[in-house]
Design a binder for this molecule. Sequence first.
Ligand code: SF4
Length: 453
Amino acid sequence: MAKKYLIETFGCQMNVHDSERMAGLLDQAGYEATDSDQHADVIVINTCSVREHAEDKLYTRLGELRVLGEETGHRPMVAVAGCVAQQEGAGLLTRTNGHVIDVVIGTQRQKMLPMLIEKAAVSAFAEVDVNPWDDVSFPLGITHRSDPVKAYVTIIEGCNDHCAFCVVPHTRGHERMRAKAEILGEVRQAVDSGRREIHLLGQIVNHYQAPDDPGCDFAQLLSEVNDVSGVERIRFASPHPRHTGARLVEAVRDLPKVCKHLHLPVQSGSTSVLSAMRRRYTREEYLGLVAHVREAIPSATLSTDMIVGFPGETDGDFNDTMTLLDLAQYSSVFSFKYSVRPNTLASKRMPDDVGEEVKSERIVALQARQREIQLALHERIVGRVVDVMVDAVSRRRDTELSGRTQGNTVVNFPIPAGARGADGWIGQTMPVAVRRAGAYSLWGEAVSADTGK
Ligand code: SF4
């Protein structure tokens, strides 16, 4: 009987996609997927270390698996992958007293996963491989895609920017570009397997320069993905504001399949904090970019990432962040309290001097203001008809479908009557009349049951 594997994923879209790749490699090696830790012969925990809280989840989960083993006698092999594995390496075995973990595999070594599991299965010792690997190619046809509608496609791995707070250059290595031919091959294959929305992924996605076509930058890549027949929507994450120039804004404006939504991570609204963070743009330059996008693409939605309580952040700096929210009018914000991350510039040179209570007060204030902004933006959409690509049956009500607008706003609406059944609508793009707005989603009704394309 085939051995079974379970992959548990913490963290960002990049990790979700890495898990899809590791799942595909295990499928190819003859394993079968399961969603039960009680039935799994191998559990892969794909970790995130971008925040302290995310890292703690690994240790909690390892503790649960140890208890599971003690209580039931079921002791699956455990492989730790992702950013914590890369960061800690063999040190993870010491931190956990050596129990539970059989494999520690770094972010650049995924292709070695089946081999490391096989080696660990016949060894008294854990296998640890966190070596760098510059080869970012990944064989076509292997990725085990978990979403029926969206396909993640990596175009860049790693980052050279070394923002003061960020652990990514240490956990994912220096920036490496994937060949354009391979990217386009993966896009075509994703479409052939039924995916309609392509998400191009990279730490600084708009830094892309094709290694196999010196004239091809990110805007050109978008144009070539736009030309792939069967692609309906294109999204990308994340562009760096510093590299978001007129050429990229024009590409988003002019390419019909590229969603009119830009995620522009600002991190802080204060120029002095941005300087300490080594972001290399000022508040004014960032707001100039926002104004440029708004002028070029009036329908565009914007989202961002914010950190509160970065070392040295004063009340005045935080106030700059709050006023920037008002000026930028984001449709969503991912906000976090600063936490010290190992090996970063901030961890070495900047005392974590904003108290926990102040960080908490600031994040509560920021999120409350942002909720008001989102609600006001969403209320303006009530009464309009928007095109919604259906992702899934709603998690809250199985009588409703859930999807997203081009601007990335979630819309829920009753399943239209008809012969399709709920699942038959997944992946369809359909016009929905918006009836109600909340801070995080819209609610509406399909304009016609026949309008799914
Ligand atoms: S650009 Fe900065 S925040 Fe983004 S991955 Fe690179 S170092 Fe981290």
